[in-house]
Design a protein around this ligand. Structure first.
Ligand code: GLY
Ligand code: MN
Length: 489
């Protein structure tokens, strides 16, 4: 059969067998609704300066190797404002109504990926214009190919707000509507001159603004709506359940990757799509590597602790929960001393979480407790000694990004933040070797409420005694035995 006939036949079969399902089938019922995204666009519009336009591009597709790309992940701002999950798109939000040549008024334009049955057969359904209008309820939707000739007089705005380009988008599709082309067309429309490259900018109309949008989006995304809090709550709860299951299943001889797998199985069981960031499972010294991602140790041993920084992403929103547990289910005296010190620092900081508390105050509380404790244990000489045993920040916003957008002045109702002190003592540190390779981080996800806080990850025990009790419980995985493949050819 000729290839073209074969393709047509496959298409007819797939179409008639219902392969191209209508939108809405097989979708979870707790996704963000179009009203949420419309509300976020309205909130953005309200915060924009007069006579301005904000421009957002989709995230680029990244190649993994040969004809395989990395799993696509939408730019969180674009997702927040639209719910659109496909690449090759640009969104324009106007402060005031604009008029097209036929007299129609609009205050937003969305240029999206065109439908393409052959491409959809391989990589899944594209919404296209109709899908965007019907499913996302964004009426002013166009194919990306229409952007080039769409008449927008960018020179007429006081501010054209966008994120400066990182020049990391490849022209790998060679069509006029891929992200690369949309960006090039935009640059030409606004007379953009490689400012961020360090090349001398040519004189241009000074209405291009690379900073205001970030500050507006920090304000918006840093305070979560009730719909967002519902999703974060789920992401965090299922991540905490995963931690509990790992505690029960933990035993010497497991691999770091296996522990990661147990956690991921649990969160996927609850409908979480991905990990919100690469899972961190580090035993012994590996726990001292703050963003350890290899998870490659084949067999953890009974003298070690395992640091597990794991977050499920649920419908776009990620958790970020860390627990550190002894492999054999019992903290040694040194492990317990460090663990309880980190716990104390975390607990004191959490108790101060309420609207109005400065972020800096939380950090000082935790740092002071840790410095005093390290001095009391003889690990440093004096609480004022400079050291690298707690080398990272205490807290960050959590949401669509694991390090989410938000302001770091004072806590406000509706913020969701982490509280995550840690102590890391790698082998060779300038202290008694009995402390070497002890690494502890405890991280919880905290919702700031009107009168204080709610610990969303409280389901996963944090106190050393409670961890030991949980670890003593049986796990269904105790009975999960796979064939031994050692020695198989
Ligand atoms: N979960 C990794 C981090 O917060 O940096
Ligand atoms: Mn974190």
């Amino acid at each position: 059969m000729k290839p073209i006939l074969q393709k047509i036949l496959i298409l007819i079969c797939l179409t008639s067998s219902g392969f191209f399902m209508s939108y809405g089938q097989n979708k979870p019922d707790d996704l963000l609704k179009p009203d949420f995204h419309a509300g976020r666009r309205e909130a953005l519009r309200a915060a924009m300066p007069d006579n301005s336009v904000a421009v957002f591009f989709a995230n680029p597709v990244r190649n993994r190797s040969n004809d395989v790309d990395f799993l696509y992940h939408q730019d969180p701002d674009l997702y927040y404002l639209t719910g659109y999950k496909e690449p090759h798109a640009v969104l324009l939000i106007f402060k005031e109504n604009q008029q097209d040549p036929t007299g129609n008024l609009y205050n937003e334009l969305f240029f999206v990926q065109e439908k393409n049955p052959m491409a959809e057969m391989w990589t899944g359904i594209r919404l296209g214009i109709e899908g965007v209008q019907q499913t996302l309820k964004i009426q002013n939707a166009y194919n990306g190919s229409a952007f080039k000739n769409y008449q927008i007089n960018f020179g007429s705005f006081d501010e054209v707000m966008f994120y400066d380009f990182k020049n990391d988008v490849r022209d790998n599709i060679r069509d006029e509507a891929d992200l690369y082309s949309l960006i090039e067309q935009f640059k030409s429309k606004v007379n953009y001159k490689n400012i961020s490259n360090g090349l001398t900018p040519e004189p241009q109309k000074n209405n291009l603004d690379f900073t205001t949008l970030n500050s507006i989006m920090n304000d918006l995304r840093g305070i979560k709506t009730p719909e967002e809090i519902d999703l974060i709550r789920k992401a965090v709860f299922i991540s905490a359940i995963g931690q509990v299951e790992v505690m029960k299943a933990m035993k010497p001889g497991l691999s770091e990757a296996e522990i990661q797998g147990i956690h991921e199985f649990v969160f996927k069981k609850y409908g979480s799509e991905y990990e919100g960031y690469p899972s961190i499972v580090g035993a012994g010294y590996n726990g001292c590597i703050l963003h350890y991602q290899e998870n490659a140790k084949p067999e953890i041993n009974s003298e070690e602790m395992v640091l597990m920084d794991l977050g499920a992403e649920y419908h776009g929103y990620t958790a970020d929960v860390t627990r550190t547990i002894p492999v054999d289910g019992k903290f040694s005296p040194e492990e317990k001393a460090i663990y309880d010190l980190v716990y104390k620092a975390q607990e004191e900081a959490i108790q101060q979480c309420k609207p109005g508390t400065p972020f800096g105050q939380l950090t000082s509380i935790a740092k002071n407790i840790i410095n005093q404790g390290l001095a009391d244990l003889g690990i440093i000489k004096s609480p004022s000694d400079r050291h690298l045993y707690f080398p990272h920040g205490l807290s960050h916003h959590l949401g669509l990004d694991v390090h989410d957008k938000g302001n770091y002045d004072r806590l406000e109702t509706g913020m969701v933040i982490t509280i995550e002190p840690g102590i890391y003592i790698p082998k060779g540190s300038d202290c008694d070797p009995k402390w070497w390779n002890i690494a502890v981080r405890i991280e919880d996800d905290i919702l700031i409420t009107e009168d204080g806080f709610e610990n969303l990850s409280a389901f996963a025990p944090r106190k050393s005694e409670e961890i030991e009790k949980t670890m003593a419980q049986p796990s269904p995985l105790d009975r999960f035995v796979l064939p031994d493949i050692k020695g198989n050819k």
